[in-house]
Design a protein around this ligand. Structure first.
Ligand code: NAP
Ligand code: F7E
Length: 337
């Protein structure tokens, strides 16, 4: 029997890699796409299957995480085996500008989805995309027992989603798990997260289209892993007989400054010649250091990270250089001076 999975946030970085992974494992994959006035499916266009394709295994549905009734209807119709709740307003800085919206989409929607599971009578296993941002100012290394001290509306919303998931597991016996993932990146990372902002700038500076890159706090420490490996951990969590919560991380740390240095050096550029500070990119409260302890995921899921930060930066720089080359070959590119 083919298994069926539903992914919220399928158009995002992780959703696109997870859809590929599950299709490769023989699942029928359903994804929620929110209505947009421009196309928002770029990350999944290469696996798109049209309504007319016979025997299609990848199906997209228009819905929004804030629309609880739509979620109930969808789950009642699909009766999926597994649900991956990856949809969120996921940008920490933006969550200070849109705190209530972030609380609704990123926090309350986790509860909406769990209620929809109950209301629709589906027996699906549920993965909740929890985040290392929940640890906030708790000193590293952080593991499953580290107390939460979130430092942004985004972090607070994720703490709400985390506890809703634990509560529904305890109260209703739902097979629900939290993956507490540390930062993970890829060539599909959103362009305003710091790693991708840096690697895109490296490509543009190398091509002579840009000279300066403005960044905020260069001293922040992060544990950056490779997104395709992290979605494998999500899947492994839902295959365990007992639902539980897991930290997923590399256990290695780098500062934003070090990431910039490595990324620029990969293209034979000196980062100090191009990077400038702009306080605009600081946050009202910062998370200084996130370094995860992935021991439990290693021992119980058999999961281990392979790509480390230097290789990751190289993968992303090369992909951005290739993408820019393709754009330059086929289209007009705006030149920032
Ligand atoms: P992402 O690229 O920002 O993707 C977020 C997804 O959520 C997109 O598909 C987005 O749709 C969708 N979405 C946003 N608002 C929605 C709404 N109201 N209704 C339905 N869908 C909505 O995020 P990601 O990096 O893949 O991360 C996946 C999940 O893991 C998120 O929950 C994030 O908070 C969490 N997380 C990420 C990391 C990380 O380092 N990447 C670490 C820990 C946890 P559009 O494409 O239309 O915008
Ligand atoms: O910032 C600093 C910034 O926006 C990383 C999300 O996926 O991971 C992500 O959240 C660090 C911060 O990611 C700029 O202050 C400096 O200290 O790439 P980021 P994030 O805030 O860590 C967690 C685990 C999630 O769950 C989130 O969804 O870099 N920084 N200068 C900057 N950050 C940005 N974005 N832009 C700058 O110019």
């Amino acid at each position: 029997m083919r298994k069926t999975a539903l992914i919220t946030g399928v158009t995002g970085q992780d959703g696109s890699y997870l859809a590929e992974l599950l299709l490769g494992k023989g699942y029928t994959v359903h994804g929620i796409v929110r209505r947009s006035s421009t196309f928002n499916t770029e990350r999944i266009d290469h696996i798109y299957q049209g309504p007319q394709d016979a025997g299609r295994t990848f199906v997209l549905h228009h819905a929004d995480l804030t629309d609880g009734v739509a979620l109930v209807n969808l789950l009642r119709d699909l009766q999926p085996d597994e649900i991956y709740n990856l949809g969120a307003q996921s940008h920490v800085r933006v969550s200070f500008d849109a705190p209530l919206y972030t609380g609704d989409v990123t926090g309350l929607s986790a509860l909406r989805l769990l209620e929809a599971v109950r209301a629709s009578g589906t027996r699906a296993r549920v993965y909740q995309a929890s985040s290392s941002e929940m640890f906030g100012s708790a000193p590293p290394p952080q593991n499953e027992h580290t107390p939460f001290h979130p430092r942004s509306p985004y972090g607070c919303a994720k703490v709400f989603g985390y506890w809703a998931t634990v509560n529904y597991r305890e109260a209703y016996g739902i097979h629900a798990v939290n993956g507490i993932l540390f930062n993970h990146e890829s060539p599909r990372r959103g362009e305003t997260f710091v790693t991708r902002k840096i690697t895109r700038a490296v490509a543009r500076i190398k091509a002579g289209l840009q000279d300066r890159l403005y960044l905020g706090n260069l001293d922040a420490v992060r544990d950056w892993g490779y997104a395709p490996e992290y979605v494998e951990a999500m899947w492994r969590m839902l295959q365990r007989d007992e639902p539980d919560d897991y930290v997923v991380a590399t256990g290695e740390a780098a500062t934003v400054r070090q990431f910039a240095e490595i990324a620029f050096a990969h293209a034979d550029l000196d980062w100090t010649a191009h990077v400038r500070y702009d306080p605009k990119y600081e946050r009202p409260t910062e998370v200084d250091a996130l370094i995860g302890d992935p021991g439990k995921a290693r021992d119980l899921l058999g999961w281990q990270p392979r790509v480390r930060v230097a290789e990751l930066a190289g993968i992303m720089v090369e992909a951005d250089i290739r993408q820019l080359d393709d754009q330059l070959a086929g289209a007009t590119v705006r030149i920032d001076r």
